[in-house]
Design a protein around this ligand. Structure first.
Ligand SMILES: [Zn+2]
Length: 171
């Protein structure tokens, strides 16, 4: 299921770039598992939800996938190079300048702001759910957030543990 065929857009990451990474599920090895953006219609639904309906994606869908993968590796510290950041224009950024940026640029700016601030980068976490692969900025006070969404991955992990305990008890 993709965004234009009823898969809900879930914004859990706290930053644009991280929520963009979460438009797919990833295996525990970091490979693409389930993509919710299979068409420009899917992308439009996501852009609406993040409040950027007019930002233009300046490439193909394959390029979008590559960009997303690079971004994920960069914020997880798995790659120190390879993230091609596209910022158009060389004048000092202003709100007007931002409005003219492509979707790729806006997501890059968001990623750079996370990468630029060690306090944020320290708080980028990978959901502990099996084959979820979503990332988020842990903004809880005690920095102990483990899941993208408790009701999805947290409960799944709990019921797996519960099932394992039950099996153990039966032996
Ligand atoms: Zn998860």
């Amino acid at each position: 299921m993709t965004y234009s065929t009823n898969s809900q857009v879930k914004l859990v990451a706290g930053r644009l770039a991280l929520d963009f990474v979460n438009t797919a599920d990833w295996t525990d090895d970091g490979a693409l598992l389930k993509d919710r953006i299979a068409s420009l219609a899917d992308l439009a639904v996501w852009q609406d939800r993040v409040g950027l309906p007019d930002a233009h994606w300046d490439g193909t869908l394959d390029q979008l996938r590559d960009f997303r993968h690079q971004l994920r590796r960069a914020v997880l510290g798995q790659a120190t190079s390879g993230l091609t950041v596209a910022l158009e224009g060389t004048t000092a950024p202003s709100v007007d300048w931002l409005r003219r940026q492509s979707l790729r640029s806006l997501i890059s700016i968001s990623a750079l702001s996370v990468l630029a601030d060690p306090r944020e980068l320290d708080r980028v976490k990978l959901c502990q759910g099996h084959d979820c692969g979503w990332i988020f900025l842990d903004e809880t006070k005690n920095a102990r957030r483990k899941w993208c969404l408790m009701e999805v991955c947290g409960n799944r992990a709990k019921s797996t543990r519960h099932y394992a305990r039950k099996l153990e008890a039966l032996r």
